[in-house]
Design a protein around this ligand. Structure first.
Ligand code: IFM
Length: 453
């Protein structure tokens, strides 16, 4: 096919998951509750009333899951450590819990797969009073990072502090769609700062332990004016971009929060919480910026302030349909925006700092209704990934230092507030939790082995 592109040798190919979404074994071997265990108990919080109590039982089936990765031929696996499994409430290591990750790492290495560890993918210990609104939580995170690195750092080279702090702050404390389900815009901004502080303290702890490859994963949503000829739309796009994207990338790479976001936030800006030295910690050099991309948004002006809510749809700016195809999440499919985003991130942030970009999540939920001979025929997911990989290649060809791509996700899993109703996996699970590779798994294995798509 003429549109095919060939990725360079050495490009990293991987799949990604996170602890709460796949592990299950919620009360085993000394694991204590996280904010997600508690949130799932709240009536109406999870669309299908489910939880991650069992999830896809990766805790017991990790060897089978690593074998699936080996079949895919991936060279790296991005997973997260569950803080409440690895560390006890008194701050000491929980040997049985930490040992699970040690065995997982050994299993991966035994198959020639590099482990990429994320320390925080949303499952905050429930016992930490105040959650991310408390400054102390950031210091506890630093200690947890140090302990986990001490246990696994002899075999794990690449460490990610946080996954998508925008979601933790704005969905967790702004809209309340995610744990801990708070709805307070001031708390969301406070949580955002403490999360970034935790990132900085995590980098410091990892460096002290000798980690060589340290990074952060941010989710980016390119935002464009619905009508670029309308000054009000252009203005609202700038403001939404500030909260969605620059609020997290600017402090890491420029050592300051974006002035326009601070001005827009007005009295909500947590000025008293940002202490001398915080931004120096947050902007310590990193080695890799993880980029999570799913969709973009066209926005138009609405009446109210943007910041009081996590969601630009909540009356502060309207998201306008561009008539693009949508995934089962309702997200518009826009691979061109992915290419442009990678170019922008390289130009404005990572490139000048000599930091490489890695796509740490990209993928799509679809209904997976067509099944032939027991195999889900997910041509739509294949198309989504194919077009996004070609967009990533276009960025690479334009000079972006893009080093790898992790597909989200290896396996269908607990999709947070949507429970198990949304499927992102290239491997499905049946009612007995047996693994069932989809057509996309076979397709991705070929892409990985040839480096061509
Ligand atoms: O499933 C999530 C993941 O945990 C974080 N990034 C987005 C994915 C799809 O919604």
């Amino acid at each position: 096919m003429t549109d095919e592109v060939q990725f360079p040798a050495g490009f990293l190919w991987g799949v990604a998951t996170s602890a709460y979404q796949i592990e299950g074994a919620a009360a085993l071997d000394g694991r204590t509750p996280s904010i997600w265990d508690e949130f799932c108990q709240r009536p109406g919080a999870i669309r299908d009333g489910s939880s991650g109590d069992v999830a896809v039982d990766h805790y017991h089936r990790f060897r089978e899951d690593v074998a699936l990765m080996a079949d895919l031929g991936v060279t790296a696996y991005r997973f997260s450590v569950s803080w409440t499994r690895a560390v006890r409430p008194d701050g000491s290591v929980n040997p049985a819990g930490m040992d699970f990750y040690s065995r997982l790492v050994d299993e991966l290495l035994g198959h020639g797969i590099q482990p990429w560890v994320t320390l925080y993918h949303w499952d905050l210990p429930a016992h930490l009073a105040g959650g991310w609104t408390a400054r102390d939580t950031a210091y506890r995170f630093g200690e947890y990072a140090a302990l986990t690195h001490r246990a696994l750092g002899d075999r794990v080279a690449t460490w990610t502090t946080l996954n998508e702090p925008w979601c933790s702050a704005f969905l967790g404390y702004g809209s309340g769609e995610h744990a801990p389900g708070r709805q307070d815009p001031g708390e969301a901004l406070l949580a955002a700062h403490h999360l970034m502080l935790a990132h900085g303290l995590g980098v410091q702890a990892l460096r002290s332990g000798g980690a060589s490859q340290v990074g952060l994963t941010l989710n980016f949503t390119p935002v464009m004016a619905a009508d670029p000829s309308q000054a009000t739309d252009v203005e609202v796009a700038r403001r939404v971009d500030g909260v969605a994207n620059r609020l997290f990338a600017d402090p890491v790479f420029h050592g300051r929060y974006p002035v326009d976001v601070i001005v827009d936030a007005g009295s909500l800006w947590p000025v008293g919480a940002i202490r001398d030295g915080d931004l120096a910690l947050i902007s310590q050099p990193i080695d890799v910026l993880g980029v999570n991309f799913y969709s973009s948004q066209a926005v138009t002006a609405a009446e109210h302030l943007i910041l009081p809510s996590a969601h630009v749809t909540a009356g502060h700016a309207d998201v306008v349909s561009r008539g693009l195809p949508r995934t089962a999440m309702g997200w518009e499919v826009d691979p061109d925006a992915f290419r442009d985003l990678l170019v922008r991130l390289h130009r404005d942030y990572a490139g000048p700092a000599g930091v490489g970009l890695v796509v740490t999540e990209n993928g799509a939920a679809y209904a997976d209704e067509q099944v032939i001979d027991g195999v889900v025929q997910d041509e739509d997911r294949i198309d989504y990934v194919r077009h996004h990989l070609r967009a990533a290649y276009a960025a690479l060809a334009a000079g972006v230092d893009l080093r790898g791509y992790f597909l989200w996700s290896l396996i269908d899993n607990f999709e947070w507030a949507f429970g198990y109703s949304k499927k992102f996996g290239i491997v499905g699970v049946d009612e007995h939790l047996n693994r069932r590779p989809k057509l996309s798994a076979r397709w991705f294995a070929r892409v990985v082995s040839e480096g061509r798509v």
